[in-house]
Design a protein around this ligand. Structure first.
Ligand code: NCD
Length: 322
């Protein structure tokens, strides 16, 4: 794998390879000594032009567990705030010898620009670009769903026949977009639930069903319910009357939680707006995978960095990771 820019162009085979290597990585993370020597001598740069806590820390932990050197670069307090361009920033990183660049940027398409510009030779990982994609989030979500529903050793299995319902601010969500493509590639059936104002215009071209009624979608018995954050910072208009009204119609409260099938799970990428899209009961219930998603995120990002920087998956990968 040269870059990871999106899930839209990921095949079922490529996706399963990442998930399966992530299983191997997760196994290593249960040991007392979590650090592997695999990427010793490699440099990973975290290039964050947008705020982030968990994604940046997760990539940092993943790179360090593989013994790579990590350089954290955030736009605040850097020359970017003095108007330095993406090109100049990228060329500076290249001159410092970056082997991989993990980029989060407010502009959709910035990671692709970086990967195809010729400014750098490093592999590029998209850590969220505008409202476009957030591929490692979708991969860790799929990993979490697979592990919860099929158990610890589910290597090689896709999500055929699994029903996933994604609820909320789909319009502004790169997490929703990446999940739709990845879940589709893995054979899952995807339903989107949102008020009409928060459904994207081009949704008719997506491999999904759309439902405007959350109670109806829950009655259909999804295996996994993914709640999205209401992205108030990306809203330049009134997309719903009041937060209270949104919550009443589209929030996951105790009543809706109880109406879900017994074995179904609840995901949220974080950060959560407790009391808005998800109630405390739902967020803290045993069905909630929120913290597992965070843990799994490190394993999935280890897998991505490994596949990017250490080449193809070796046949004896188990040996290799020891
Ligand atoms: C997501 C993001 O930044 O797109 N968060 C994350 O990566 N953990 C989702 C969000 O901000 O709502």
């Amino acid at each position: 794998m040269r870059h990871l820019l999106d899930t839209q162009h990921l095949s079922r085979g490529e996706a399963l390879e990442i998930l399966d290597v992530a299983e191997d990585m997760a196994d290593t993370q249960r040991r007392e000594v979590k650090k592997l020597p695999t990427l010793r001598g490699k440099t990973v740069v975290n290039l964050f032009f947008e705020d982030s806590t968990r994604t940046r820390i997760s990539f940092e932990a993943a790179a360090k567990r593989l013994s790579a050197d990590v350089i954290n670069f955030s736009a605040k307090g850097s020359s970017v705030s003095k108007g330095e361009s993406l090109q100049d920033t990228a060329q500076t990183l290249q001159a410092m010898g970056a082997d991989a660049v993990v980029i989060r940027h407010g502009a959709s398409g910035a990671p692709r620009t970086l990967a195809t510009s010729g400014w750098i030779t490093a592999g590029v990982v998209n850590a969220g670009d505008g409202t476009h994609e957030h591929p490692t989030q979708a991969l860790l979500d799929a990993f979490t769903i697979r592990k919860r529903l099929f158990g610890d050793d589910s290597r090689g299995r896709d999500l055929s026949g699994i029903r996933v319902t994604i609820v909320g601010d789909v319009l502004h969500s790169r997490v929703a977009r990446s999940n739709v493509w990845l879940l589709h590639a893995l054979g899952a059936h995807v339903t989107l639930v949102a008020p009409p104002t928060l459904v994207p215009q081009d949704v008719s071209g997506w491999p999904v069903e759309v439902d405007y009624d959350l109670d109806h979608a829950i009655a259909a018995g999804p295996d996994a319910l993914m709640m999205l954050r209401i992205q108030l910072e990306r809203m330049n208009a009134a997309y719903f009357p009041t937060e209270r009204e949104y919550s009443r119609r589209y929030g996951l409260d105790a009543r809706r939680l109880a109406a879900l099938p017994t074995d179904s799970i609840v995901l949220h990428p974080g950060p959560m707006n407790r009391g808005l899209e998800i109630s405390a009961e739902a967020a803290d219930s045993p069905r909630s995978t929120v913290l597992e998603q965070v843990t799994n995120g490190v394993s999935v990002r280890m897998a991505v960095l490994y596949l990017l920087l250490a080449g193809e998956r070796p046949h004896t990968e188990k040996e290799d990771l020891r």
